[in-house]
Design a binder for this molecule. Structure first.
Ligand code: ZN
Length: 345
């Protein structure tokens, strides 16, 4: 099965009332772990690469690894998605490489840091839709700004600034109508990376979990029941994974991620794509640290990359089950980009 347009995976998820994990990759081990997890749980899946990942893998390696992934597991619907594209050119490059979906993050300007005006966001997102849809390629846009930084991309907003840049439901309706996008990334208080909160208990000084504006998702879903929403920065940052890192010589301060229950509430209200990156990074780092500490005589990369791949696999399996995509890989005949071209006409 060739890579499928992400639009189909999201449409089917909406029909089935579940969410689909979109997992970031940089290397072979992550791709293999995701595909094994998708196979073992019978899940459709979205694999995504940021601009940083494309640079790291020199693009062509990632492309060939994705070809290998769909060749090994032809029965699993897989979409290949560009995460946080910053310009029409970057999106064109990804499409030329074979990506079946792109994100144009017009919430920020091309530097990936400075917030754009609403009009600029509409304009650039619509340009990407006009380029991508005739090629059958899915487009995700973003309204509002997220906190945190992902691969050097992000406004790096503080907790207070995040509150000022949440997605406005009324504006979301206008944004979707004017751009014609397929999926809308919403800013509801999640952040990229492992440190999502920035909130401290004023009395004890202990970290508090991030405050999420779930009511905005509920409101957008009420206004646009057919709009596929995307939650970015949705790693759960499980304490047990951070503990393993710290137990074996790491130094990560206390932190909170996004509780699975809140993601599941979002899925009940129109969230179809859930972006998870940090959790797999934590699992990989913890597994490698453990080998280094327990078996310091080892020097063959396979001795630590194999446990790393297995630890990431477990995260993917857990998320696929929690988001509800497990069991749905065989629900439908996958379409091609050619079919999607006709759909957009
Ligand atoms: Zn993101």
């Amino acid at each position: 099965m060739p890579l499928v347009p992400m639009r189909q995976i999201l449409d089917e998820a909406a029909k089935g009332g579940y969410g689909v994990g979109a997992f970031n990759v940089n290397n072979m081990e992550q791709i293999q772990a995701i595909m094994q997890a998708a196979n073992d749980t019978n899940s459709p899946v979205i694999i995504q690469a940021s601009r940083g990942a494309l640079k790291y893998s020199k693009m062509i390696y990632l492309k060939k690894l994705m070809e290998a992934a769909v060749e090994e597991f032809p029965h699993i619907p897989v979409a290949m998605h560009l995460d946080h594209g910053n310009s029409l050119d970057t999106c064109k490059q990804a499409i030329a490489l074979g990506f079946t979906s792109v994100m144009m993050d017009g919430s920020l300007s091309e530097d990936g840091k400075t917030p754009n005006t609403y009009e600029q966001n509409v304009d650039i997102t619509r340009q990407v839709v006009e380029y991508a849809h005739p090629l059958g390629v899915t487009v995700e846009g973003e309204l509002g700004c997220l906190g945190g930084i992902e691969d050097g991309h992000g406004a790096g907003l503080s907790a207070d600034e995040v509150d000022a840049h949440l997605t406005d439901p009324e504006q979301a309706e206008d944004f979707v109508a004017k751009t014609g996008l397929d999926a809308l990334a919403v800013a509801i208080g999640t952040s990229h990376g492992a440190y999502k909160s920035g909130r401290k208990d004023p009395e004890t000084g202990e970290m508090l979990p991030p405050k999420l504006a779930m009511e905005r998702i509920h409101e957008i879903h009420k206004r646009m029941p057919n709009c596929h929403m995307v939650m970015h920065g949705s790693s759960s940052v499980p304490k047990e994974l951070v503990d393993i890192i710290n137990q074996y010589g790491g130094n990560m301060p206390d932190t909170f991620g996004i509780p699975i229950e809140q993601i599941q509430d979002g899925i009940k209200h129109g969230v179809r794509k859930v972006n998870v990156d940090t959790d797999s990074r934590l699992a990989i780092t913890g597994a490698i640290r453990k080998v280094f500490v327990e078996k310091p005589e080892k020097f063959d990369p396979r001795d630590y990359l194999k446990p790393a791949r297995e630890a990431a696999y477990q995260v993917y399996v857990d998320r696929m089950k929690a988001f509800g995509q497990a069991g749905h890989a065989g629900d439908y005949e996958a379409i091609t980009l050619e079919d999607a071209k006709a759909y957009y006409k």
